[in-house]
Write a protein that binds this ligand. Sequence first.
Ligand SMILES: [Fe+2]
Length: 414
Amino acid sequence: MSPPIAVDSPSPLEDYTDLVTSIKAANDARPQGKYYAGFGTPPPNALKRYLAAGIDLTAGYPAYPDIPEDVAAATAFENQGREGSSYVDPAGRADKDKKALFAAAKEVNNLTKHIGTEIVGLQLKDLTPTQRDELALLVAERGVVFLRDQDLSPQQQVELGLHFGDGQIKTDSVLPHVPGFDRLGIIWDSARPGQRSFRLPWPGIPAHGWHIDTAADPITNGYTHLFQDTVPSDSGDTLWSSGYAAYDKLSPALRKFVDGLTGIYRSTVTFKNPDKPDGPPIPILERAPVVRTHPVTKWKTLFVTRQLVGLEGFDKKESDHLLKYLVDVVENTVDIQVRWHWTNNASAIWDNRVVAHTVSRDFDGERHGTRVQSYSDRPFFDPESKSRGEALGLPGWNVPAFDTEAHLRAGFQF
Ligand SMILES: [Fe+2]
């Protein structure tokens, strides 16, 4: 365990106005048209957080990675050094009752029956390694955990992510990051001016809305932590949908059918096709089990969003029909979802292996935060694993399929 990182290290920049001027000048000096250059400075609360942490922004904001030249380079980037087989999930070390974590919290409130828990009265930066392990287990079980009013430096956010990722955090091949911190991605809608609107929230993005981060990577990220420093007061919520509960929503026959299927997943971003450099860009494609087993909870989860574009071994028409239904369960079943209303300096930590998420794209104002994507295991399916409903003995998880014949013979109508 590395020592705690001080948040009050002196800022190299004494004059706030000069800083804003220098960021703008650096942004304007970038090659226009490449990435999303010159769109402004971070909102004041972000600036304050960065300055307190001693982060140098004078070379411009945000920083961008070198976008891979083509899809082959992008695929190689996503594969680099991430075998996943040796990953040790911190949740596996945790006390099942999470006594150390819960004893330190003022309140622990489940926000819905099947997904989402809010912890009150705890600072993430103060957690011991034992409490971090227990938090990971809570996230793995509940899908997503929320904490408001966090005093968390960018360095402390990275450090927590390293703990969750067993030393590995994903760096993004396309999206912006905090200057000097390529493992600290920036979620900032202003980074794409004019691209989105209330009526057309996802123009040109095929896997729009509900998604799983890095679904088309060979090692998807696991514990994912979004800290929002600046949010609108009345909009910009995020919703999560439980893959565990989505699986339990399926009939026993359909569960059996989807168990062991292999899906083909596409990336949301596209890259140049090396075989046809002048042709349309193409996505990264990766195979993974449609029903995943979580390595610690051992529960089955439906690993489904619109990024799942095909089922191996099925004709496209068959695959399209089946996937349409599975996506519908994930996206449109309200009792397996949680909706979180952000406030400034709130954190959400989700297990990206077992939930899908989407923003509610109803905002016009500034919405800015930093995200750490900790790596996890390579997706796998264990036929011996159980559903969450079965493992916990939840009421109703295994009622028999609806009997259409008996329904009609009894004189009932549809
Ligand atoms: Fe996301």
